[in-house]
Design a protein around this ligand. Sequence first.
Ligand code: ADP
Ligand code: MG
Length: 257
Amino acid sequence: MSTEASGSGGASTATPPMIKAASVDKYFGDLHVLKNIDIEVPRGQVVVVLGPSGSGKSTLCRAINRLEPVDSGTIEVDGEPLPAEGKALAALRADVGMVFQQFNLFAHKSIVENVTLGPVKVRKVSQSEARTTAMELLERVGIADQADKYPAQLSGGQQQRAAIARALAMKPKVMLFDEPTSALDPEMVQEVLDTMTSLADEGMTMVVVTHEMGFARRAAHRVLFMADGEVVEDSTPGDFFSDPKTDRAKDFLGKIL
Ligand code: ADP
Ligand code: MG
């Protein structure tokens, strides 16, 4: 793993960054929730986003796959500006996998159906091919034996791993995780983090909002610290945890470590 904040992941001048946000601003009414955000994430980089509640972490994730439109600035994924709507937007959402705190599985569909649905509908993959891929992915996240159960029959950790498999089935270029372990019982946190770590090791570009500092230290190439809608620190995990630059980051770390 590289220790360089910006040099990891095989980025070169010939390839665009996997994610590029330039001068992004977002308001909810009068509330300025993203303030002039400039970020480039090279391919293969794992970025952990830290910050106090309300600092804009979720809004940033949601902006990257256009669940939230932004008011100004541009966001590009793999060199392409975010499309506004229609088929191109559906394709973009497929390119940018997202895993939420709440697992958001379809309750009335089996686990394997949850994983095949997107590829069949959006990627136009055949049912049998989608099923083969789904079973491989469920194997990879360690729940192949749960394939024919319904979400409510699985533990939280298993449901979250199913949600990860579902996102991966779309063959995304980027995976966004918004507090993926926050709703889990403590004994299930590690199995989900292990799944995410192996994904990182395979070279997936990832943006991860989490309070799991162990994951940030071990798996992240880079830490972004947000406060009040701004990215106030952008550094390596080693530097961030041992030598935070701002009072806000010191205060945050003082409360959680
Ligand atoms: P974080 O994920 O860091 O906790 P969020 O991105 O969820 O922060 O929220 C940033 C700010 O925007 C907070 O003040 C929050 O209350 C506000 N906010 C988030 N979503 C909405 C919304 N849909 N409408 C109005 N305000 C919102
Ligand atoms: Mg949030």
